[in-house]
Ligand binder design. Structure first.
Ligand SMILES: NC(=O)c1ccc[n+]([C@@H]2O[C@H](COP(=O)([O-])OP(=O)(O)OC[C@H]3O[C@@H](n4cnc5c(N)ncnc54)[C@H](O)[C@@H]3O)[C@@H](O)[C@H]2O)c1
Ligand SMILES: *[C@@H]1O[C@H](CO)[C@@H](O)[C@H](O)[C@H]1NC(C)=O
Ligand SMILES: *[C@@H]1O[C@H](CO)[C@@H](O)[C@H](O)[C@H]1NC(C)=O
Length: 316
């Protein structure tokens, strides 16, 4: 009797091992396939998809990168929906688009950190403009202080705007994208969401959070869709320093390498979105430098940081 049980048990074990072995072989072959595909894509990137007729909602369009993105998408034939807490700056962006001969621009005053306002404004957009097909979470703030000098109000405000707002806006627009199985979600994180920097500790943690949000949400949708490719694309952008004035006292050693123009940043963001690239830094080499340094002892990253004089100084 016990003998029979032992034999049965062994048979089951052998079968289990065989199944695992087959799964491992399948996994390895998929990995090799994907590496080859990605190398091919690196040499022959996807053509930039057209954005004509898309409805692009951008937050923080009253100034800087958001304003640049609104002008660029309008010039490419998209309908743009501009959200900013600063009504005057936002109006100017919409006016500028209209002066360029494009009428498909809509401005809304919205404090993205206010969940009720986000929900209300999203309803208005749906009624007055239609379904948003490209969502760009861009609005953000970056106060610079030594860690102990950040007040509790500062820290909460940074998270309200840089992180929680993304959740409210995504919950407002994602259901429609899922229903249509169509859309693109873009978030502007920062290289400060990839490596930690002095004097902007809460900002760094907020930008790390945006990276986590984007990765987890994309993965959840993939799994919910049974692993099949979804027609809702995700793009997370990690700019280094952009000349918008957001960063009051940038520190750098090589200006042309470390400070980029708004135009350069905007072009890189739009290109990454149109090519469905998951993650990109601006300039693009930063993500590669980071991956390399992460394989080395921590002191090497510190040496590199000291060499490049990376960082931001506290504001006066
Ligand atoms: N400039 C850089 O060096 C840099 C680097 C990396 C990442 N980023 C990120 O890029 C994004 C845009 O930065 P920028 O340099 O263009 O900044 P910016 O200050 O030039 O513009 C930000 C815009 O967001 C708006 N905004 C702020 N709080 C808001 C709120 N509660 N609701 C609605 N709108 C609000 C502001 O009114 C402003 O018009 C931010 O998320 C920033 O963290 C910037
Ligand atoms: C912005 O434009 C809207 C609509 O045209 C207008 O009602 C509002 O008064 C303007 N606000 C500012 C601050 O210019
Ligand atoms: C590099 O880092 C090590 C360890 O922190 C330090 O001792 C060394 O002085 C650094 N080298 C330079 C050139 O900064």
């Amino acid at each position: 009797m016990t003998m029979k049980i032992v034999i049965l048990f062994e048979k089951i074990m052998i079968k289990t091992y065989a199944v695992i072995l087959i799964d491992v072989l399948l996994l390895l072959s998929s990995i090799i396939c994907n590496i080859i595909k990605e190398i091919y894509k690196l040499c022959m990137p996807d053509a930039e998809k057209s954005v004509t007729g898309e409805v692009v909602l951008i937050t923080g369009t009253g100034h800087g990168i958001g304003k640049g993105l609104a002008l660029k998408y309008a010039s490419l034939g998209a309908t743009v929906v501009c959200w900013d807490i600063n009504e005057q700056g936002n109006n100017e962006t919409v006016e500028e688009i209209k002066q360029n001969g494009v009428s498909r621009a809509h401005g809304y005053r919205c404090d993205v950190s206010n969940r009720e306002e986000v929900i209300e404004t999203a309803k208005k957009v749906k009624k007055e403009v239609g379904d948003v097909t490209i969502l760009i979470n861009n609005a953000g703030i970056m106060p610079t202080y030594h860690f102990m000098d950040h007040t509790p109000e500062h820290i909460k405000r940074i998270f309200d705007i840089n992180v929680l707002a993304h959740h409210w806006i995504l919950q407002a627009f994602l259901p429609n994208m899922i229903q249509n199985n169509y859309g693109h979600i873009v978030s502007i994180s920062s290289m400060a969401g990839i490596f930690g920097l002095p004097n902007i500790v809460p900002y760094c943690s907020s930008k790390f959070a945006v990276r986590g949000l984007m990765e987890a949400l994309c993965e959840e949708l993939r799994v919910q869709n049974g692993g099949k490719p979804l027609n809702i694309k995700f793009t997370t952008i990690y700019p280094y320093m952009v000349e918008t004035g957001l960063c009051k006292k940038p520190l750098y050693r090589f200006q042309s390498l470390q400070l980029i123009s708004i135009k350069e940043a905007v072009d890189a963001i739009v290109k990454a979105q149109r090519r469905n690239i998951r993650e990109v830094s601006i300039p693009s080499y930063w993500l590669y430098i980071n991956s390399l340094l992460r394989c080395l002892p921590r002191s090497c990253a510190e040496n590199a940081s000291d060499f490049l004089k990376i960082g931001v100084d506290v504001a006066d």
